[in-house]
Design a protein. Structure first.
Length: 191
């Protein structure tokens, strides 16, 4: 008879994966290291995840869900577009600064061939509204006529740069967060 699975053990394995992948990198992380950090036998890992790829996809989806909760739970749906994206910016930057290991892992998973198309689609689903708002505002000529994916990627890149500056100089956090958003907004908004 198979042993019952524990949500605590599953969560411990995912937390351990974050820690080890952040330290070693995705390709240099064996399942044995994840099991050791989680304090479980390596065979236990395979009770919860059949393969390392399955674990990595579960980790990706978990991190995307956490980011969606941070960015979309109190999203100001009725606000004007600048306020909406200031909200996304501020919350994303705050999450990245507060969760450096998770952010480092998310960066690796985003570009990993181990993430399935199904996981990518499921991970993107909570953010569809943001892309729709961008497209609507491009169509309404509030934002410049750039591809929406480019606008979103530019926000992500500038937010990551802002996070780096904040981590190097925490006393300047408010200034960097505000300046980073202004640089992005002035680059994409029609003035």
């Amino acid at each position: 008879m198979a042993r019952p699975r524990s949500e605590e053990k599953r969560a411990a394995l995912l937390d351990a994966a974050i820690q080890v992948i952040a330290e070693r990198g995705l390709s240099a992380t064996p399942t044995s290291a994840i099991s050791a950090v989680a304090g479980v036998a390596e065979g236990s890992l395979f009770t919860y995840f059949k393969t390392k790829d399955e674990l990595v996809n579960a980790l990706y989806l978990g991190l995307k869900a956490e980011m969606a909760e941070v960015l979309m739970t109190n999203f100001p749906h009725k606000a004007e577009v600048r306020r909406q994206f200031q909200y996304v910016w501020d919350n994303y930057v705050a999450w990245g600064v507060a969760n450096q290991q998770k952010k480092r892992v998310m960066d690796q998973l985003t570009y990993s061939a181990q993430i399935t198309p199904e996981s990518r689609e499921a991970g993107a689903a909570p953010f569809v509204e943001i892309l729709q708002i961008l497209q609507q505002n491009v169509d309404d000529k509030i934002l410049r006529n750039y591809p929406v994916a480019f606008i979103a990627a530019s926000m992500n890149s500038l937010a990551e740069m802002t996070m780096d500056f904040i981590l190097q100089d925490p006393k300047g956090a408010a200034r960097y967060r505000k300046s980073g958003f202004e640089v992005w907004w002035n680059g994409v908004a029609n003035m």
